[in-house]
Design a protein around this ligand. Sequence first.
Ligand SMILES: [Zn+2]
Length: 220
Amino acid sequence: METVALDQDAVVSRTGDQIEHVLFPESGSISLMIDMASGQTVATAAVGREGAVGILAVLGPLPASNTAIVRAAGVGSRIRASHFRAAFNQSPAIRHAVQIHVRAMMAQFQHGVACNALHPVEARMARWLLQLRDHVDQDVLPLTQEALSQILGVRRTTITLLMRNLRASGAIRSDRRGQIEIDRSRLAAATCECHGNMRREIEEVFSMDTPPIPRLGFGG
Ligand SMILES: [Zn+2]
């Protein structure tokens, strides 16, 4: 494993590129993004210290199926995909950890699909802000309106309008120079059920029969 800095707005991997590393964020937050031919983008998941980017490389050499962008700076550890694959094949504990991770990601994808189809964009924006808040542990979020527009797949003008509404309700305290200060409880009141449901299900997945993971030498 090597330690890497996760710089704000850095692109960790791009759709179609070979997955070279599996990255484990220790702090900060990374968005997984789908890019459309039109240039539009939308986020499908947020990965923080509970997860990893590029973990499907355990299935074999694969191109990345999304673009991963750092939304909140932090640090992480990464390992070459081939080394992680070897460790996965040798270690039942690592296979178990990967299994838990995949189930947690599936939960996030499923709730995200339902939310995107059924809930208004203001509730979705509040959900993303709360997810980011879960990863950074502070109420000042390092987000620009441009980043929010990419995450939600809506125009900047829509974001401006949504910010105004959330400010009026007190869910957003301030928004300047790429920093959005939130009021967590008011934001929770402004969002749909999905953030809570997603969080509960992911916590359940992580709390289920996790065996002790032994220390492992990765070799190389
Ligand atoms: Zn929702």
